[in-house]
Structures are given as C-alpha cells and as structure tokens.
Ligand binder design. Structure first.
Ligand code: PLP
Length: 494
C-alpha cells in the first residue's frame, strides 16, 4: 500500500508526501502524519557499511514515496556536502561513558541544519511535482536557531524567498550576528521591538492576512512554513537515529539487534518524535529519554498524563528549549489515542481554551516508550563542568540537559545510551565558560569564544571565525506594526 499523509484532526484530509511538505500545516489546523509507519527489513550490518548520505536515501525514500530515488539523492547531495565541517555529517563520539551524536557540524552549528539544509531542495522538487510554478515564500519568527538555519538553507535557492523576524533582545549575541550577516539576495531579516511571542503572533496574522494573500496570489507567490510541524523537517531527522545505531555496530560497541537508549534535549518535540518514528520503524531503541530544562511541562505530562501550560516561563541557559507549548506533541497524542482524530482534536481544543488537558489511562499506557525528567540550571552547569573535567569534552547547555537526564534514568541493564548533541558549545560560549570556571563570567562575545578556545582546545568552527569579519548586511529594526510593510517590500509587492 502506498504511503500518504493524513491530518491528525480529520481522517478525510489525505495528501501526498510532496503536498504535505508544501502545505506545512493541514488546513484543518492538524499536523500531517504518515498513513502507516513503514516497517522495512533493516539489515543493520549492511547499513553499518554505508555513508550518512546512503542511509538518508533509503530511510527518506520510505517516508517520501512520491519522490524518485534520483530526486532524493539529488536533494541529499546538495544538502549534506562541504557545508558540514565533518565528512561523517553527524559523528558519534564517546565521552565519560556515554555516546554523543554531534548534530552541530552544519553551517549554523545547531541540529536544525540537518533538516533545514535539505528542506529547500525537497520543497523545490515538491513544487515541480505538483506543477506549482509560484515562488515559495518562507515566513518565520525565531528565538535564535531556526531563523539562521532556515536562511542558510534557503539562501539563493531558485524561486524561493525567506523572511525572518527575531526579538531584538531575545537572541544571543552570536545568534544575532549569524543572522544579520546572512548572504543571499533572497534572504530578509529584521529585529522586532518586542519579544518572541510578539513576532510569532504577527507572523501567524500575516499568514492569514486576506489582503496580503491576494497580493501574493496576483504576483504568483505562496507562503510556506519551515518550522518543525512540516514533515519535510521531521523525516530527515529520522536518518541520524539509524546512523547512530549503525555506527555503534560498526565500532563493535553493540551487536545488530541489541537495544540502545537515546536521550534527546526537547523543546517543540520535533527531534524526539523523529526518534519515535525510528523506533516504530524497527530501530531497537528501548527508551526515548525526553530531557527538559526548567520549563519542565513535558516532564510533568509524561509522569502524570496532565499537560498544563499555566505555569511560570523561565529564561534558561538552553533557550531553544524555553517553550511551554510543544507543537509536535499533537502527533504523539494522535498515536496514543489509537489514531482517533476526534479525541486528538478535543485535547488540542482543551489546550487552546484552558491551557491544559489530561489524557485517559489507556492513552497513558502508550507512554512506556519514553522516560522523562528535567535538569535544573545548577544541574546543567554542573554537567558541563563534570564533562569537561572527567571526560575532557566540552558540551553546550542543551546537550548538558540531555546528558544530565540520561544519568537520571535507572539504566540497571547498562544499555548503551546515545545523547543527542544539538548545538556547538561555541554557540553559547558565555554559559559554557561560566559553568566550567566561575571566574570567566566577564568574557563576552568574541572574547568569550577565544577564552573558550583556550580552555577547551577544540578548534573554533570556521563559520564562527568568519563571523567576526563578516559584513553586516541586514540593518532593520522595526516595530511589530511595520512587519506587513517589511514583507511587502521584501516581496516587491509595493
Ligand atoms: C530546537 C533545539 C532543541 C529542541 O528541539 P525540538 O525539536 O524543538 O524538541 C534542542 N537543542 C537545540 C540546540 C535546538 O536548537
């Protein structure tokens, strides 16, 4: 049976993989999920001999059947090339008893590059397949990592434009510099007076602005989404779970078929959901460890069955996980409800109206694939320090959260654990320095990077080195009210 995508809120809304990628979100407000999860016969010993790109071609073909193998290989080759500063793409390293899958070797030093370097190519092919000759316009509000990663992915991709808004005081100095130095005639970025929520709310309004939409249509343009609700972001992330497992085989750490645990620093629940698909597909994962920071809404949900976003919001050292509404959890709820769309929709309506919902005891049974816990700010800093001192390995705060929570899991059978390392420590040099040595608090910006380099003795990624000299190309600071105007100018609609 061919694989299609259906909405979590309406069983009759069924589209092809390429259409799901173009749409991003289903029109009924639901998220697209595959009509069935592929159950291939996976020959792990054989996969262990293959490269990242070869594994990607096989796994992605299973989930994107309306792309030909040649089309996928073409996308893969354009995405996973010298943009990554390690030919392995996602190297697996061992430190202090755990395995770290380094997902930060892409152009913007965060794991989002694995999906956002290929999404533009998938979208372009999807548009051709569906005879969509419109220019695709990606509109994004970002709290730091997604905006830069998406711009890097879409820069100079034919027939696309990308517009990014970030809160003027809400991103790290390195993250801001990464964005304002972005090259590419089709990239546009502006700082917004206000916080991330202001930018996000306005972006949602722009998507549904009738006047703007009709101007877009007249000019042969259409909006799409590059955030993690798009299955075009989820599918490429399944690949590195398979890759990590097969590297453990290749290096003789496990035998084919042996189980592993994977610990995932979680915010919007996209990365760990890709792991869930990998497990359902047949990858021998015992537990998916859902690691949260102090914004531990998911920890409470997994432990009690009650999701409650009515709680204080903390700004932490792992900002990409500072989130109280994890969009992709809707897909897990759909599976927990045995694909009951009405039940899924009811829970999401409860969340919208009351900010909370509780799943049934039957649904709760399905949570046994997961272990969830969180790391406090002190525990996160302590983990960075301990890894540096005992493991001679420097990790970023997001990775430290996952490492810390992995240690909390009662792993009595000593199953090997892979920690997903989602960002380079050079992206958060100040937090890392402070954790390692409290005397380093004063160092900021590039001074912090140099200091971290002296301590860590890990070479500074080229993209960070270039950043200091890079020309600033984007200067706009605007109010939320000026965003419509900014978009119309960027798209030549004026
Ligand atoms: C986005 C992000 C996360 C969280 O990933 P989700 O898919 O949103 O759960 C973790 N770490 C880093 C560095 C990120 O950028």
């Amino acid at each position: 049976m061919a694989l299609f995508y259906k909405s979590t809120r309406d069983p009759k809304n069924v589209v092809s993989a390429s259409q799901a990628i173009l749409q991003g979100l289903a029109v009924d407000g639901g998220l697209y999920v595959p009509t069935e999860i592929p159950k291939p016969v996976l020959d792990f010993a054989e996969l262990a001999e293959q490269s990242y790109q070869e594994i990607a071609a096989q796994i992605m073909q299973l989930f994107l059947p309306d792309f030909t193998q040649d089309e996928l290989r073409d996308c893969i080759n354009q995405a996973y090339d010298q943009k990554f500063d390690d030919p392995k793409i996602t190297p697996l390293v061992k430190a202090d008893g755990q395995y770290y899958l380094e997902l930060f070797h892409g152009p913007t030093l965060a794991f989002k590059d694995l999906a956002l370097s290929i999404l533009p190519h998938l979208m372009k092919k999807a548009a051709q397949k569906n005879n969509l000759d419109k220019e695709i316009v990606i509109l994004t509000a970002t709290s730091g990592d997604t905006g830069k990663s998406a711009m890097a992915g879409f820069a100079d991709v034919e027939n696309t434009k990308i517009v990014v808004f970030y809160p003027e005081n809400g991103v790290s100095p390195i993250q801001e510099r990464q964005m304002v130095t972005q090259k590419g005639a089709n990239t546009f970025v502006a700082a917004i007076e206000g916080n991330f929520d202001d930018a996000q709310t306005k972006v949602k309004q722009l998507f549904n602005d009738e006047n703007l939409r009709s101007k877009m249509a007249q000019n042969n343009k259409a909006f799409s989404s590059a955030n993690s609700i798009n299955i075009g972001r989820l599918v490429p992330q399944i690949v590195y779970y398979v890759y990590a497992y097969t590297r453990l085989i290749k290096t003789g750490r496990i035998k084919s078929g042996e189980e592993i645990n994977v610990s995932v620093p979680t915010g919007n629940f996209g990365d760990i959901l890709a792991g869930f698909y990998a497990k359902k597909m047949g990858l021998p994962i015992r537990r998916l460890v859902c690691a949260s920071n102090q914004n531990n809404v998911l920890t409470d949900f997994f432990q009690t069955g009650n999701y409650d976003r009515n709680r204080p919001f903390y700004i932490t050292s792992s900002p990409s996980m500072d989130i109280l509404v994890s969009s992709n959890l809707e897909r897990l709820l759909f599976y927990l409800a045995k694909e009951d769309t009405a039940q899924t929709k009811q829970l999401m309506d409860d969340l919208n109206e009351k900010g909370t919902y509780t799943i049934t005891p039957e649904m709760k049974e399905g949570l046994s694939d997961f272990f969830a816990d969180f790391a406090s700010e002190e525990e996160t800093a302590e983990t960075i320090r301990k890894m540096y001192e005992d493991g001679a390995y420097v990790i970023d705060p997001h990775t430290a959260v996952a490492s810390c929570v992995a240690e909390k899991y009662p792993n009595d059978e000593k199953i090997p654990t892979v920690v997903l390392s989602t960002a380079s420590p050079y992206k958060f040099p100040q937090a890392v320095l402070q954790a390692i040595n409290k005397e380093n608090i004063a160092a900021e910006g590039f001074a912090a990077i140099d200091k971290l380099h002296q301590i860590a003795k890990v070479s500074i990624p080229a993209s960070i080195q270039e950043l200091e000299k890079a020309k600033i190309r984007h200067h706009d600071r605007i109010s939320a009210d000026q965003m419509t105007d900014f978009v119309e100018k960027a798209l030549d609609l004026k």
